[in-house]
Design a protein around this ligand. Structure first.
Ligand code: ADP
Length: 160
């Protein structure tokens, strides 16, 4: 089914993201994870660190690639020779935000389509921001992020 782009900040990648990536990678010939360089929110990890952590989480997926981008997501999608992007949807938190963004993207690039995958039940409550807060407060996030991501988080918050 061609090339699909999965854009996001991935600060850091969680098992919720990995689940979306694995499911989408089956549906498309090639999946490009687009790591948004400078989102309008405070970041914990540099873009290089975010990319490295993603790469380590997807080593067994030969049709998945990681690229960074700045500027409009729809422009990045077109640069990747794609017309399709995917986003993950959790039950309450994501819908309004994604709907608003989709409306705007449709105005900017009418021929780019958005496909939303519903999160798997067990990842419903996992977000990068919550994960960071839990580790910062000394809690365990085992099973919610890949092992190397948990280690990187512990190092950042010096509780490791
Ligand atoms: P952004 O800053 O663009 O929202 P994120 O890294 O937070 O970037 O999220 C990227 C995408 O992954 C978004 O579509 C988000 O809804 C989705 N996502 C985040 N966490 C999960 C999860 N636990 N399950 C499914 N999708 C998720």
């Amino acid at each position: 089914m061609g090339i699909v782009v999965y854009p996001g900040s991935f600060d850091p990648i969680t098992n919720g993201h990995v689940d979306i990536i694995r499911r989408a990678a089956i549906l498309f010939d090639r999946l490009v994870i687009g790591v948004y360089d400078r989102p309008d929110k405070a970041l914990l990890f540099s873009v290089e660190q975010r990319v490295d952590m993603i790469r380590e989480a997807i080593t067994d997926l030969p049709n998945v690639y990681v690229e960074t981008y700045d500027g409009l997501t729809v422009d990045f999608v077109r640069r990747m020779s794609s017309r399709m992007m995917i986003r993950g949807l959790r039950m309450n938190s994501d819908f309004e935000k994604e709907f608003e963004m989709a409306e705007m993207n449709k105005k900017l690039a009418p021929n780019v389509e958005l496909l939303c995958l519903m999160t798997t039940h067990q990842y419903q409550c996992i977000s990068s921001s919550l994960i960071k807060e839990v580790v910062r407060c000394g809690g365990s996030v085992t099973g919610m992020v890949p092992g190397h991501v948990e280690r990187a988080l512990r190092e950042k918050f010096s509780c490791g």
